[in-house]
Design a protein around this ligand. Structure first.
Ligand code: OAD
Length: 249
């Protein structure tokens, strides 16, 4: 039987912490009903995400790739943020320096009200012109045109997300490393901590002397480095921490 972890020492630490950085992964949106990457669900027309979320799939068949994204956008549009997202949005007002780094492309942290967000892998609600590089927001679900085209130059639009085999934007990853290096406490929530460079961010925080708090339903490669390892659902653990926080709001 899993014991309820004693969160009193964490509450005490957070009571005197000013700089908090959070890294989230698919697990924080799992309780909203969004399939995780390495969970068992997630096939679409028998394709795995790794087969369609790639530059080569897009150049071979942009319509198929956009149908896949239109399906994913539809799932996200039909779901709601959960208490985990909501607590993190509230913490922006509680901690003097609070930043959220996410690997998720669902936009739920924005929807919950967070503002200081670094989206490592982009955002499914943003479209990028393959010629001009301009980025526009589009929340149509379903999309009006598949594949969509740039209203100004007519070139194909692509999802503004990082695909398998692509590099992250250097300025974004640099920002994420800086925020990991300068925090006093880093929360790592709902990520399998496998995919680089995201997985190395908490290690940077450890190196710089920050305390690491992991929240996950299962152990990860990061668990041995965590000062606090809270096993359970983020949508339950975060509200519990929040309720006990002793800070002047
Ligand atoms: P994964 O699917 O790899 O991992 C999800 C993690 O969330 C696992 O460790 C689960 O144990 C945990 N989890 C599931 N439900 C949870 C809950 N309710 N509360 C807390 N934890 C829970 O997803 P990511 O780590 O986000 O990249 O994957 C990282 C990247 O891999 C993705 O951003 C994607 C993929 O390749 C790109 O698309 C570029």
């Amino acid at each position: 039987m899993s014991e309820q972890p004693d969160i009193a020492p964490l509450i005490e630490l957070l009571g005197k912490t000013n700089r908090v950085t959070v890294l989230t992964g698919a697990g924080i949106s799992a309780e909203s009903g969004i399939p995780t990457f390495r969970g068992e669900d997630g096939l679409w027309r028998n394709y795995r995400a790794e087969e369609l979320a790639t530059p080569s799939a897009f150049s071979q068949d942009p319509k198929l790739v956009w149908e896949f994204y239109d399906w994913r956008r539809g799932i996200i549009a039909s779901k709601e943020t959960n208490p985990g997202h909501i607590v993190l949005a509230g913490w922006e007002k509680i901690f003097p320096e609070f930043y959220l780094i996410t690997q998720n492309i669902d936009g739920f942290h924005f929807k919950a009200g967070s503002k200081n967000i670094v989206e490592l892998h982009g955002n499914i609600w943003k479209l990028r012109c393959t010629e001009e590089g301009t980025i526009t927001e589009n929340h149509d679900s379903p999309l009006k045109e598949i594949p969509p085209h740039c209203p100004s130059c007519g070139a194909l639009l692509r999802p503004h997300v990082v695909w398998f085999g692509e590099s992250l934007f250097p300025s974004i990853i640099q920002q994420a490393y800086t925020l990991s290096a300068q925090c006093e406490v880093m929360f790592v929530i709902g990520t399998s901590a496998f995919v680089q460079p995201a997985a190395s961010l908490p290690l940077r925080a450890v190196e710089m002397g920050a305390k690491v708090v992991e929240i996950n339903i299962a152990p990860t490669p990061l668990t041995p480095y965590a000062d606090f390892s809270l096993m359970g659902k983020s949508g339950e653990i975060l509200p519990k921490i929040d309720k006990n926080l002793k800070r002047e709001a």
